[in-house]
Ligand binder design. Structure first.
Ligand code: GLP
Length: 234
């Protein structure tokens, strides 16, 4: 696990955007795994400014609330359009986000994994981290899911994400989330950590101990992980 400590959120975002741009330059038809949350917003902004050519890129997002309408401003589908996809030249047909409106979530999850497998996994997976150590919506638990599935969000996560909704009662209780296989089946994982609120979980990650109660700690097992922090967690 490579660790890069930046001086600011802006520096972290610039470095992350540069890493993504380099990946696409060296392989124009890269499969890129995208994350939501406030942490990668600056990275996406820089990518837009850099006018990176996404015309051959395939995007594969980590997760989506369930159920949620695609046009709900809190949906990850809406978030990605607003923060990145509608500002770059990625073909709409190359964008993959779990469908929060589907009637058959079990089938949706199986199809999502099958498609990612057919593509051979992601070349680069961008990740954020929850305060409780979750990645995507793989929540702390005794047993962690390998496959994409419908997951129950923990109270911690519902509380953390309620800041984006009008009231806590509006936060969906479930989500469709990629499992560990989809995340780990990436040639390079880029984990971004920003804000003092993540200091404790960052410490656990770097301590090098593995625990399913801190799902991100398992990233220590992946051969090619780069963690970029904004410096505020040290
Ligand atoms: C959500 C997403 C995660 C993200 C996390 C942290 O729970 N499912 O992918 O990493 O939020 O978000 P933030 O960057 O806003 O702290």
């Amino acid at each position: 696990m490579k660790k890069v400590i930046c001086k600011s959120y802006e520096e972290m975002s610039a470095l992350a955007a540069f890493t993504i741009a380099l990946q696409i330059q060296s392989k124009p038809d890269s499969v890129i795994g995208f994350a939501t949350g406030s942490t990668p917003v600056g990275t996406y902004k820089r990518l837009i400014e850099m006018e990176v050519d996404f015309s051959k890129v395939t995007a594969f997002n980590l997760d989506e609330y369930y159920p949620i309408k695609r046009d709900n401003p809190q949906s990850y589908c809406y978030f990605m359009k607003e923060k990145l996809f509608s500002h770059i030249n990625i073909p709409v047909g190359n964008i993959n986000i779990p469908d929060g409106e589907c009637d058959e979530p079990v089938k949706e999850c199986a199809d999502y994994d099958a498609k990612l497998e057919r593509l051979g996994g992601t070349d680069l997976q961008i990740l954020g981290i929850g305060k409780n150590g979750h990645i995507a919506f793989v929540e702390p638990a005794e047993n962690l899911p390998l496959a994409t599935g419908l997951v129950d969000l923990t109270d911690d996560t519902i509380k953390a994400n309620s800041r984006f909704f009008d009231k806590p009662g509006d936060v969906p209780r479930q989500a469709i989330s990629m499992g560990l296989r989809g995340i780990f089946n990436s040639r390079h994982i880029l984990l971004l950590i920003s804000g003092q609120g993540k200091a404790e979980v960052a410490k656990k990650l770097f301590a090098g101990e593995l625990s399913t109660n801190v799902p991100a700690s398992l990233l220590n097992l992946h051969p090619n992980v780069t963690v970029i922090t904004d410096g505020s967690t040290d």
